[in-house]
Ligand binder design. Structure first.
Ligand SMILES: [Zn+2]
Length: 391
């Protein structure tokens, strides 16, 4: 575990590195001696390294420091509906290794299998572990409360993962929070605006809300369930138990269910029909209208300053423009002028890589994704639930 000063220097180098010891002193206000001592400890722990010295004038050459991409690593473990994925990233967030994982057809064995693989992946260079899942979780009781990774099971214990991690710090979070961590860290400086991040694909819509740069607290750790915002739409039953969920509308299964059109485009899937947005394709316009309504309702409700959209479908410029225009048209004035809406183009990465970014966020911004129960002093059992309800 890092102490606060070590973390402060690491953060400064993440945001503005490489920097010399003197520049670190100027930026942090720590004395040059203190910077020297702490840098020495971070270099010894292989978190930082010295770059090639740069000669400046007649004085001593400047020795820039940077985060060491080759010394230590972070492990990401993502629990998913089809099993789990595991990988190793360096401290710059670059993929070092995809760790092969077995298929787990029996979801009741998921956590045990994942814990065994995690235990084998940890070595003395492991600095932190990020574990993510869809759905809701309680990091204090170390329980997965409800998740598509463990269908039909409730309150699944995650203790085997913590036992496998032993003394390596493990941060547990929702998969959307992990994506939000990657978005935030990739921008080098910590965003302070309220931001709604939405990821969408065929039949899947996830969201995270950053308030003052960190995920909103809520009553327990989870994504912001925009995909389960419900409409009066005729859909198949969602895994959440309801019908009319936005992510059930934004899906190929919805197109098939409403295959009334005589268009030749009917043979095409969601992506192709979204790309074309044929004027006579009423069903695809209905799907788009629901997506834009869901997005604009969320922004109207939150008054978020930024809406960041991420989608593997967004390669189509026509689709992007339709989402931007359709959402903006439904925003309340003056929100339509004040809110910045943009697509984030980013390389496709696995859920395990995002999970490792969550560990990176924990390393640099400790407690970034902590639930209130993780931060609060232990309260008498009778008061705990009441405190949550009255938040
Ligand atoms: Zn649902």
């Amino acid at each position: 575990m890092l102490n606060e000063t070590q973390r402060q220097l690491l953060q400064t180098l993440w945001e503005a590195g490489p920097l010399s010891r003197w520049e670190l002193h100027e930026r942090t206000g720590l004395t040059p001696n203190r910077v020297g001592t702490v840098v020495e400890s971070l270099v010894a722990a292989r978190l930082l390294r010295e770059c090639t010295p740069e000669a400046i004038g007649a004085g001593r050459p400047r020795v820039p420091l940077e985060i060491d991409p080759s010394g230590r690593h972070l492990i990401g473990l993502a629990l998913e509906p089809t099993g789990f994925t595991l990988c190793r990233l360096n401290l710059l967030g670059e993929l070092v290794e995809r760790i092969a994982t077995p298929e787990v057809p029996d979801a009741t064995r998921l956590i045990k299998s994942a814990a065994t693989a995690l235990g084998k992946a940890i070595n003395p260079q492991t600095l932190g572990i990020g574990v993510t899942s869809t759905g809701f979780m309680d990091s204090q009781s170390r329980t997965l409360l409800l998740s598509s990774a463990t269908p039909g099971q409730k309150d699944v214990s995650l203790r085997p993962l913590y036992a496998a991690a032993a003394d390596v710090p493990l941060v547990l979070g929702n998969d959307m929070h992990a994506l939000a961590a990657r978005w935030s860290l990739s921008h080098r400086t910590r965003a302070t605006e309220d931001t709604l991040i939405v990821w969408f694909d065929d039949g899947r819509i996830g969201a995270a809300v950053l308030v003052d740069g960190r995920p909103n607290r809520g009553c327990f750790t989870g994504g912001n369930e925009l995909g389960h915002m419900r409409f009066f739409a005729d859909t198949e039953r969602c895994f959440c138990g309801q019908t009319g969920c936005l992510e059930r509308v934004f899906s190929n299964s919805f197109l098939k269910r409403h295959a009334r059109s005589k268009l030749p485009a009917l043979e095409m899937g969601l992506m192709k029909r979204l790309e074309r947005l044929h004027a006579a394709d009423e069903v695809i316009h209905l799907v788009m209208n629901h997506l834009c309504t869901g997005l604009s309702n969320a922004v109207n409700f939150l008054r978020a300053q930024r809406l960041i959209l991420i989608s593997p479908l967004a390669e189509s410029s026509r689709l992007r423009q339709a989402v931007l225009d359709g959402t903006k048209a439904l925003l309340m004035p003056p929100l339509d002028r004040a809110v910045s809406i943009e697509f984030w183009d980013q390389p496709a990465v696995t859920a395990a890589q995002n999970a490792a970014w969550l560990a990176n966020a924990e390393l640099l911004w400790t407690g970034w994704d902590a639930a209130p129960s993780d931060l609060a002093e232990p309260a008498p059992a009778g008061l705990k639930r009441r405190a949550k309800v009255t938040r």
